[in-house]
Design a protein around this ligand. Structure first.
Ligand code: PHE
Length: 344
């Protein structure tokens, strides 16, 4: 064996061994220079082939080819390894942590006024009433005249309202204008509806009154509807709202659009009729106004008062909601304070 053959074999072994400690792209480059670069033993042997004796040439040629092929195979394997390792490192370093918990959306609640409304809808729904919507911005005619309050009639003073820029257009002060709207749409059919919605009055803002509040109107029209029907319906409503034993009473009252008119009280559900701060010592809470629909109103609605009769009622729900949840200030309802709303 020629001396150079031994050297090439040793070079191959040394190269393979040196490759073991190579761990990154830079040291790999240095290794390439050392074992396969211009000054490497392998390349020097190639360069000196011309000077070799004829019979040595195939032997040394074979040996150098073997050494070079061996080094290159080892290099290729190493390159693969380094690539895989750096990829692995990128995978662990750069991955998205998909387990990050998401942000919890804030869950809304049903506003306390709407809790009350839903309860009212359910009770009257069971009694066969439909819900009818009518406009919050009304004409003077619907808000007053058709309800038996002609222009300049002093009864209008009971409902101090907001006027708009447009003549004859006001913000409705009660849901009663809806009575005439339903009648005009339905006449001469029987009517059994409730009309819920926002109403507005020009009032001072206090803990007990707001310029904006919600009313629910009741209207029943048909042949032979009596005051007793009204009383029965309202009592049923009161019992289902305030409890089976809730006592009620009707007091005579006045509204231009009903005749006779009354106001209904329910026994104070805070003190049970004993008298407390909520009922101002009377033992009773006023919950609604009501009465038999006035003939003039029936006529404006397209019904002949000689043939048809009906009853109507109107209740504000803000105050009863205050009492129901022991809320100390009516202004909380429309302040948009989430700390208040979260309690329901
Ligand atoms: N609209 C009246 C009010 O707001 C209440 C009412 C409605 C009275 C229907 C009688 C009949 O005060």
């Amino acid at each position: 064996m020629l001396e150079i053959e031994g050297k090439l074999q040793a070079e191959l072994a040394r190269g393979i061994e040196a490759l073991q400690t190579v761990a990154n792209a830079e040291s790999l480059e240095a290794w390439k220079q050392e074992f396969l670069g211009k000054k490497s033993l392998v390349m020097q042997v190639y360069g000196s082939m011309g000077k070799l004796a004829k019979e040595e040439r195939p032997i040394i040629g074979k040996a150098v080819n073997q050494a070079k092929a061996g080094l290159e195979a080892a290099l290729a394997e190493k390159e693969e390894g380094i690539k895989a390792a750096s990829q692995q490192e990128a995978f662990t370093k750069e991955t998205l942590d998909v387990t990050l918990p998401g942000r919890k959306p804030r869950r809304g609640r049903i506003h306390p006024l709407h809790l009350t409304l839903r309860q009212i809808y359910r009770i009257f729904g069971d009694m066969g009433f439909q819900i009818y919507r009518s406009p919050e911005v009304e004409t003077d005619d619907y808000n007053f005249t058709f309800l038996n309050m002609p222009p300049y009639h002093p009864a209008r003073d009971m409902w101090d309202t907001f006027y708009t820029d447009k003549e004859g257009v006001v913000l409705r002060t009660h849901t009663s204008p809806g009575q005439v709207r339903v009648m005009r749409e339905r006449a001469p059919e029987n009517i059994r509806v409730i009309l819920p919605g926002t109403t507005m009055r020009y009032e001072q803002l206090t803990a007990r009154s707001e310029i904006e509040f919600i009313q629910v109107e009741l209207l029943v029209v048909g042949k032979g509807i009596t005051f007793a029907d009204m009383r029965g319906t309202l009592n049923d409503f009161a019992r289902r709202t305030f409890g089976e034993n809730a006592r009620t009473r009707l007091r005579p009252s006045f509204f231009p659009f009903t005749e006779p008119s009354a106001e209904m009280d329910v026994e104070c559900f805070v003190c049970g009729g004993e008298g407390c701060g909520v009922c101002k010592g009377t033992g009773w809470l006023e919950i609604l106004g009501c009465g038999m629909v006035h003939p003039t109103v029936l006529r404006y609605g397209g019904y002949d008062p000689e043939v048809y009769s009906g009853f109507a009622a109107g209740m504000g729900i803000d105050r009863s909601t205050l009492m129901r949840y022991h809320i100390d200030d009516i202004r909380h309802f429309r302040n948009n304070d989430i700390r208040f709303l979260e309690q329901f």
